[in-house]
Design a protein around this ligand. Structure first.
Ligand code: ADP
Ligand code: MG
Length: 685
């Protein structure tokens, strides 16, 4: 693509209070010196003062200023972890939790898992009584409230990346506000990369409504404090494409080659939408470089997305070898959650994967959608870490100015609320519509969720969790539909198989993303394919993997992702333990595939679809009569059986069902009589 510079000749991000020469020696300074150079260091005393004196402190600062890695350490140094208390720092993303906790452990010179630890779903690296600085996802902290509703072991909870407004962050903020009322000694820090401080201030400002308890003058102020940490980004010159691009992956690749040809050394950070995009771009880059003899010498492409192995994660952070240029192809995670030193060039595709939910059709889908201006600015800012940089936006300036939305919509307002409702119910919050949300979800979405939960027999007539099903589902750290499927499998005598399926459904995909070898991959899939659909196919894949003695070679031959398969084994072990805790003993149905499909139906009946007669693969959802298709990655693609249930929907130009299994429609009424009774007419074969 050809680029134009923006009119103003680039945007200046923040004042630059470091000379550029000092940044070149950054890597050699000892850790203490490095820590002192971070922008937050100048605010250390002020931060500690504010936390001491205010119930809530809101801290805004440019990415890389040291919020996440430094503030928990300051708190520890100031004594907030004394007496067995713990300092928590939450992140929306699992990978960020792992990466940041490792960095903090290194800086403190301790082993990760001792004084500094982390917990994410299916992975706990903390030691009770020893870990005093704990990083965790906001989802995990919400789960901890089920055991300890007031989170009594924590002295300070830092809710980081609050600007992202992930659904778990929003739930957590609402719950913490409640907890604060009961535990005035608890301190909250809300930190974020962008200035949305006003809304957070209003949300946490209870000083007007609530008087400090009589006679207690020493308690913290109820009015939140706001602190803005001055960043130290360098200026970033923005380039826009002259004409809209039709294939952003191809444009990314040619822009990488262009930078390599024309620009002085410096790493490149590319924002794409997901693992599929990223792997496609890496393959294409290799092909282009090869076939056109383009100058790709010294390019070191590295993927960055959740689900990377630890070794792959470490590569991202190791210094770029001399004469090389790292090209990090990343999802949104590098937008604000992780800081990558050495990046000088940013390529912004203008897209990210986003969840959308339509309460009318009751379809939640993952869509590649345009980002907001706020995101675009964050992305370009990543180019100005070490010296003035450049950002190549693969969209026109006109589009940026006139069409790009200003801010993203909080995830809470574009999600299916089934999990949210269960979590709140499990925490004893009955009036969910009246809950104090940072941004309330739509009542329709709430009603839809209640309806599904009632049909799943998770909620009773009074909208209370049922016993034991409701409580068991709440205890499982899984999508409620998967949990329900596991519980049903216990009665159907196929828990062994269903737990394998649940593990596979919990990861992105077991298949590698192959481009140009579609035929070979399809053939490989056929070796495992079951006529009943993907879920049964996964059982064959898992069996094959075990028989191969978990061989990476075997995975390679069969176009299976070895890392994903290892994850499946790991998650399966965890699920086995959780199931045992719930009193489910693993039992195999010994090939009774109907039992397995019935269990899947018991969980996913709300996602049932029927093939339109005489149509070319058009399905209609039973619930909303929405038009959907089987995803090309499914073994049922082109097979088009009459009745199916799916796990999830991805939308491109059409709505595609992922992970599809054939069912017998009579199972739907068995599994959820209430849900399907009034749709009987619809159900005739
Ligand atoms: P913020 O949370 O304000 O975005 P961080 O605390 O994450 O900032 O990062 C502060 C600094 O710590 C970064 O500038 C970077 O130099 C360093 N850093 C953070 N994580 C790592 C890591 N995994 N490896 C090396 N350096 C890191
Ligand atoms: Mg951070």
């Amino acid at each position: 693509p050809s680029f134009v510079e923006d009119e103003e000749g680039g945007i200046v991000l923040m004042s630059n209070n470091l000379s550029s020469s000092s940044s070149s020696s950054f890597g050699y300074a000892n850790i203490e010196k490095q820590r002192q150079r971070l922008p937050v260091y100048k605010y250390r005393t002020e931060i500690l003062y504010l936390v001491e004196n205010h119930a809530t402190t809101i801290i805004v600062g440019e990415t890389g200023s040291g919020k996440t890695t430094q503030i928990p350490q300051y708190l520890k140094e100031a004594g907030w972890a004394e007496g067995g208390r713990v300092i928590a720092c939450t992140q929306p993303r699992r990978l960020a939790v792992q990466s940041v906790s490792k960095r903090v452990a290194d800086e403190m010179g301790v082993n990760l898992g001792d004084e500094v630890g982390y917990t994410i779903r299916f992975e706990d690296h903390t030691t009770s009584g020893v870990t005093s600085v704990k990083f965790l996802t906001d989802g995990v902290l919400i789960r901890e409230m089920m055991e300890d509703p007031l989170l009594t072991k924590y002295s300070v909870i830092m809710v980081d990346e609050a600007h992202e407004r992930s659904i778990s962050t929003d739930i957590l903020l609402g719950l913490l506000k409640k907890i604060q009322r009961r535990r005035p000694e608890l301190r909250l820090i809300i930190s974020s990369a962008t200035i949305e401080a006003k809304a957070m201030f209003n949300f946490f400002n209870t000083s007007k409504k609530r008087q400090a308890p009589e006679g207690s003058t020493q308690g913290p102020k109820l009015e939140p404090a706001i602190l803005s940490v001055e960043g130290r980004g360098f200026s970033v010159k923005i380039h826009y494409v002259e004409e809209p691009v039709s294939d952003y992956i191809r444009s990314v690749v040619s822009t990488i080659l262009l930078i390599n040809e024309r620009e002085p050394p410096g790493d490149v950070l590319v924002f794409l939408t997901g693992q599929d995009d990223i792997e496609t771009a890496i393959k294409l880059l290799a092909e282009e470089a090869h076939s056109h003899q383009k100058n790709s010498s010294g390019l070191l492409p590295l993927p960055l997305y959740s689900g990377l192995s630890r070794a792959e994660q470490e590569l991202i952070f190791t210094p770029t070898p001399r004469g090389k240029r790292k090209v990090i192809l990343s999802t949104n995670i590098a937008e604000t959650s992780l800081t990558l030193e050495g990046v000088v060039y940013v390529i912004d595709s203008g897209f990210s994967k986003q969840k959308f939910y339509n309460p009318i059709s009751d379809i939640e889908s993952l869509v590649v959608a345009p980002i907001s201006k706020a995101s675009a600015r964050q992305r370009s800012g990543r180019a100005g870490r070490v010296r003035p940089g450049k950002c190549y936006r693969l969209y026109t300036e006109d589009y940026f100015l006139k069409q790009m939305p200003g801010e993203g919509i909080p995830e809470m307002q574009r999600s299916n609320l089934v999990s949210t409702v269960i979590q709140l119910k499990a925490l004893g919050i009955d009036n969910i519509l009246g809950f104090d949300w940072p941004s309330p979800p739509s009542p329709q979405a709430m009603i839809r969720a209640l309806e599904v939960l009632y049909s799943l027999q998770i909620l009773d007539d009074d909208a209370k969790l049922t016993s034991p099903t409701g409580f068991q589902v709440a205890e499982l750290p899984l999508d409620p539909m998967i949990s329900k499927m596991i519980l049903a499998s216990s009665e159907l005598g196929c828990s062994d198989e269903i737990i394998t399926i649940a593990a596979v459904l919990s990861i992105q995909s077991v298949w590698v993303i192959a481009r140009g070898v579609q035929k070979e991959q399809d053939e490989a899939k056929l070796r495992f394919a079951a006529a009943e659909g993907d879920h049964i196919t996964f059982l064959n894949v898992y069996k094959g993997f075990l028989e191969s003695k978990k061989s990476s070679q075997w995975c390679y031959k069969n176009f299976l992702n070895y890392q994903s398969m290892k994850k499946v084994v790991e998650i399966r072990d965890q699920l086995k333990r959780i199931a045992r805790r719930l009193g489910i003993t693993l039992k195999s149905c010994e090939g009774d595939i109907d039992a397995v499909r019935k269990a899947v139906t018991a969980g996913f009946f709300a996602n049932a679809c029927r093939l339109e007669p005489h149509s070319n693969g058009v399905f209609k959802t039973i619930r909303g009569s929405e038009e959907v298709y089987i995803h090309p990655s499914s073994v049922l693609f082109r097979v088009n059986p009459k009745w199916v249930v799916y796990q999830s929907i991805v939308s491109t130009e059409r709505q595609y069902m992922r992970n599809v299994v054939t069912i017998n429609p009579s199972w739907l009424t068995e599994a959820a009589p209430h849900f399907y009774q009034n749709r009987q007419n619809n159900m005739s074969l």
